[in-house]
Design a protein around this ligand. Sequence first.
Ligand SMILES: [Cu+2]
Length: 147
Amino acid sequence: MAFLLAVAALPLGAQAPAVTAVTAVTARDAFTFETPAGRKVTAVFAILENRGPAPRAVVGGATAVADTLELHEMKRGGGMMQMSPVPSIDIPAGGAVALRPGGLHLMLFGVRQPLVAGDTITVTLTLDDGTRLPIAAEVRKRQGMMR
Ligand SMILES: [Cu+2]
């Protein structure tokens, strides 16, 4: 009986570090660009901070306002800015990673309704330890850089 109890307790114990990880990674200054009617694609940016002692990585995500979310990077290649999917985005222990126009970003495909400046959307990121990080992103007017 004691053995059975110990086994049953294991899953609970295993979840404890994940709960800690939720608070270790935070997002700030999150925003996206508004989508004119008919435009189904936009990008989400934020600064992700990791106050924990272990490196973390974003491995995926989802949002109710779009069909799919991909992790992307933008790099200059042959004089052009090129965008491509990446499998994960690292957040160093005790450090931060900036998702910004012209660099790493979250790409939303199949945006379900126009995003209007002043609105806030929620994007939920999945981290490599299995925890989820909800992010509130402010919708901003599109300016210059990312047409
Ligand atoms: Cu992209």
